[in-house]
Design a protein around this ligand. Structure first.
Ligand code: HDD
Length: 693
């Protein structure tokens, strides 16, 4: 009886053991327990009899269930939702004059990297497109150890001192008494905190700008934020700030689109990254640029570069491109790599050192600390994605999950019992800290040079193009409208008055405030800094279809030749093209041939494309005019400022959607015009489709 049960008796498929052997013969590995014991039946627990209770003795079932029960680890306390990929960094300009870090001196060398891009606030299962900063963390596996550049897609931060980080995060995360809102700062506790933290105003400008809703993770900038030090062979220091510039150009979503994408495709950004890497086309690529400056230069800046709420405008210290990073290899396993990767700003290599930025100083501590609980102990560096790719050796030993097997009796230094030549010894060429003179008294005072909280916020706002300013004001109105406490809304508008009176007036009007609130006292007079055109996203975006996506809506009887010519033209311009139809099985085109669809209409709305074409027969157009998903496809494409190609049937649907033709709505026969219009959003249309404050 027992042997019958184990070998597929009861409800088990007959001959299962035989099938498993066959599979093994096919090249599939035999299913085993963690102990390597081959498993004959993976469908049935061991039971006392066919309808009886399961036996404790069933080590196979117990092992499987126990492992499953322990599959989850704590998600990151911030940046829980992220996606990552492998790639390389290639140096094109030597920085040997400034640093000994070989990563930055060996031109043409490709340093392997792992890069993780994330939202900050939402949990692991939240959506990809909330209004939020994006994490931009890169681990360079250099010849001298791992170097982590753990930045964001915005060059400043909310707070100046790491001691405020837990407060900031508690304020922005779901409110503790109710557990919502998820992945959103649009609630009372966040804006309460911000309204009491004038130092956050510059970051708020970035967060309310379109930078907070990137179209693709490959179309956003990245910043190391803090000043770091480069050290040359003599130990001389030069300050450095790091910038990532996307080769695909910067592009953001429009807010209504971001909101709808959150429903249409929760995984929009990570799917985009995955698809382009798997396809090997329009790969995520960034130039790495540095801003280099000395202590003497810094003394002349009208702000303190050690304050992470400040940028150094590109116009003040120009960017020097020194190399580029390409992400070209998707992970084999999301958990093993993307989830277990452990970044730490303290991971630096010889030739690079920290600055005294008090935010950075706290970060040097916090990341290692968090990995100890998140990854369960001090040996997480041994996880393959975290381990250096250069040789490494030291005398640290033991601990949970120790995978190393150091040989010999000497696990200390110095040692005279040192018979093993492999025992690790410190070297003169190893890491050295910058020699920085220190004097003064211990204090908990914020330096006076950190006290100007509004000047760069004003510089950012005023450097935006008019539409960007309008988006920023609209974002503030949206967020503050979600704040229930009127006093907090008013306090925020008070701060905005220091930044720009016009911005404050627009937001006050958008909120329907009764009267203009008084601004709070500013610690320092607000300076009018020179405008920085480099801060505008629209102003710096490149018209291109490279790496963008085009959706073609078709149905029974659609013009086969028109579909083909549009698709060919869009692909030739570098776009990915998807065909959308009411049925995913597709439809029969005008040439009598059957065309399968890539996506079904209701599940593939126009929000997931950069430009669309609507190519319909008269009959199909008539039918789809009463199909909400089809009408919405056209309406949203127009409302989200996309180029639209239409034929006669398409026009009938567009008319139904209330589309008022403009330069961005072209006849499908004019493929050249469509490609040209599709290279950018139809910004001129915006005033026609929505009221901006
Ligand atoms: Fe942080 C994660 C970026 C300030 C504490 N941070 C984390 C990640 C990024 C950043 C990209 C995710 C890394 C990954 O993909 O695994 N953090 C920043 C930037 C900051 C910043 C650009 C300001 C310039 N962070 C900051 C401060 C503290 C932390 C001031 C605490 C003192 N950050 C953490 C953390 C996290 C983290 C709690 C959560 C998960 C992790 O570290 O590995 O330790």
């Amino acid at each position: 009886m027992a042997s019958k049960d184990q070998n597929g008796g009861g409800s088990a498929p007959k001959g299962q053991a035989g099938e498993l052997h066959q599979q093994a013969g096919d090249g599939h590995p035999v299913l085993t327990t963690n102990q390597g014991v081959p498993v004959a039946d993976n469908q049935n627990s061991l039971r006392a009899h066919d309808r009886g209770p399961t036996l404790l003795e069933d080590f196979i079932s117990r092992e499987k269930l126990t492992h499953f029960d322990h599959e989850r680890i704590p998600e990151r306390v911030v940046h829980a939702r992220g996606t990552g990929a492998h790639g390389y960094f290639e140096l094109t300009e030597s920085l040997a004059q400034y640093t000994t870090a070989r990563l930055f001196t060996e031109v043409g060398e490709r340093t392997p990297v792992f890069c993780r891009l994330s939202t900050v606030v939402g949990n692991k299962g939240s959506m990809d497109t909330p209004r939020d900063a994006r994490g931009f963390a890169t681990k360079f596996y250099t010849k001298d150890g791992n170097y982590d550049l753990v930045g964001n897609n915005m060059p400043v931060f909310f707070i100046q001192d790491a001691i405020k980080f837990p407060d900031l995060v508690h304020a922005v995360k779901p409110e503790p008494d109710r557990g919502f809102p998820q992945a959103s700062g649009a609630h009372d506790t966040f804006w309460d905190f911000i309204s009491l933290m004038p130092e956050s105003m510059h970051m708020i400008m970035w967060l309310m700008s379109d930078r907070a809703i990137p179209r693709s993770l490959a179309m956003m900038e990245g910043f190391g934020i803090h000043s770091f030090r480069f050290l040359d062979a003599e130990g001389r220091a030069t300050f450095v700030k790091f910038h990532w510039k996307p080769r695909l150009g910067m592009q953001s979503l429009v807010w209504d689109e971001a909101v709808k994408i959150a429903g249409a495709d929760n995984d929009f950004n990570r799917r985009d990254l995955h698809d382009r890497i798997k396809a090997g086309k329009a790969l995520p690529t960034w130039d790495l640029a540095v801003q280099l400056f000395t202590e003497e230069d810094a003394a002349k800046f009208p702000f303190d570069h050690l304050d992470a709420t400040k940028i150094i405008p590109e116009e003040l210290v120009p960017l020097k491109v020194v190399g580029h990073m390409v992400l070209d290899r998707w992970v084999d396993n999301f958990f093993a790599e993307t989830e277990q990767v452990a970044f730490c700003p303290a991971n630096i290599v010889p030739g690079i050192d920290f600055s005294e930025d008090p935010l950075l100083q706290g970060r040097i501590f916090s990341y290692l600390d968090t990995q100890l609980i998140r990854l369960g102990g001090p040996n997480f560096q041994q996880i393959p994605v975290n381990a250096p790719k250069c040789p490494f050796a030291n005398h640290q030993q033991d601990g949970f999950m120790q995978m190393g097997r150091p040989k010999g009796r000497v696990m200390y230094e110095p040692a005279s019992l040192d018979e093993d030549p492999k025992t690790a010894r410190a070297t003169a060429g190893g890491f050295r800290s910058a020699t920085v003179p220190a004097s003064g008294q211990r204090t908990r005072l914020r330096p006076e040079s950190f006290a100007d909280h509004y000047s760069q916020a004003r510089q950012f706002y005023r450097s935006q193009q008019p539409l960007e300013q309008a988006h920023l004001a609209a974002a503030l109105v949206f967020e503050l409208s979600k704040v229930e406490t009127v006093r907090i809304r008013e306090a925020m508008v008070g701060h905005l008055r220091h930044i720009d009176e016009d911005l404050a007036a627009r937001v006050a009007a958008g909120l329907g405030l009764q009267g203009m609130p008084e601004p709070p006292d500013a610690a320092r007079p607000v300076q009018d800094m020179p405008l920085s055109p480099a801060l505008s996203l629209i102003g710096n975006s490149v018209p291109t279809l490279e790496g963008r996506s085009v959706g073609i809506l078709f149905d029974e009887g659609s013009d086969a030749a028109a579909i083909k010519s549009l698709r060919d033209a869009a692909m030739a311009a570098g776009a990915m093209v998807k065909l959308v139809a009411p049925k995913v099985g597709g439809a029969t085109l005008s040439d009598g041939k059957h065309q399968p669809a890539d996506g079904q209409l209701a599940g593939t709305p126009s929000v997931v494309f950069d430009a669309v074409a609507v190519l319909l027969s008269a009959d199909a157009a008539q039918k789809l005019r009463s199909e909400a998903a089809a009408v919405q496809f056209a309406k949203d494409a127009f409302g989200h400022l996309k180029a639209i190609a239409q034929d006669a049937g398409g026009k009938a649907l567009l008319d139904e959607a209330g589309v008022m033709p403009d330069a961005g709505v072209v006849m499908a026969t004019d493929t050249a015009a469509f490609i040209e219009q599709a290279k950018t959003r139809q910004w001129d249309r915006e005033a026609k489709v929505r009221t901006l404050p």
